[in-house]
Design a protein. Structure first.
Length: 223
């Protein structure tokens, strides 16, 4: 549910922003992809941060106490009673920093996708043949998504660690930059990349399937 809602908001915002930015910048340029991805990330984060905070608190509650986690309504009530409305937006600064990951991902992805389409265009000069997509196109887009996600996540991963620390109940961390300086000081710089491998194993196939599905839906709607 969390992912579906976030992705629905993200791709709706990305498509809308991309359409508008194509009228401002050179169509499908790097600037278009950067601005569109940034605006979409900002919109999705602002709208869904309370949901992700509740999810994180429920997971950490189970891990810390070894018991059945609170349900969503119990967690929501506890956050409101102890921290007020501002509590639902803890970790949002780290999420905003994570927009850099989204921007890097889409810039690399769109660049690889464009090269794939250009390579196909040189092989198939016939207009009718060029306009249709086959299985190899979507496989190529999955590989493009996997490559771009690996690069983006490896560069921007520390924001994931910082965001989780900020969302912990009763945490000593208060802001993005305070956490960014405190964690390396107390645990070393490697702590900022703790869990990266597991995160990549989960995110790479998810992103590849997600982007392929998105491209397929867009292709079917436009076709």
């Amino acid at each position: 549910m969390y992912h579906v809602l976030t992705l629905a908001i993200y791709f709706a915002a990305y498509s809308s922003a991309k359409e508008r930015m194509n009228g401002v910048f050179q169509p499908d340029s790097t600037q278009v992809h950067m601005v569109s991805a940034g605006l979409a990330g900002f919109t999705a984060i602002t709208a869904t941060n309370p949901i992700w905070l509740i999810k994180t608190r429920m997971q950490l509650d189970s891990r810390n106490h070894g018991e059945k986690p609170m349900n969503a309504f119990e967690c929501l009530r506890r956050v409101y009673q102890t921290e007020g409305l501002r509590g639902f937006y803890r970790g949002m600064s780290a999420s905003y920093a994570g927009i850099s990951e989204t921007v890097i991902h889409f810039v690399i992805y769109e660049s690889i996708k464009r090269r794939i389409l250009e390579a196909k265009a040189t092989q198939h000069m016939d207009e009718e043949e060029e306009s249709s997509k086959d299985t190899s196109d979507f496989v190529g887009m999955m590989l493009a998504a996997a490559t771009s996600k690996t690069c983006a996540t490896s560069i921007a991963y520390p924001h994931e660690v910082i965001r989780t620390r900020l969302r912990e109940e009763g945490t000593k961390y208060r802001s993005f930059f305070q956490t960014l300086t405190t964690v390396p000081k107390e645990e070393g710089y490697r702590a900022l990349y703790r869990g990266l491998t597991t995160h990549l194993v989960r995110q790479i196939p998810n992103t590849a399937i997600m982007m392929c599905t998105y491209e397929l839906v867009v292709y079917m709607l436009n076709g």
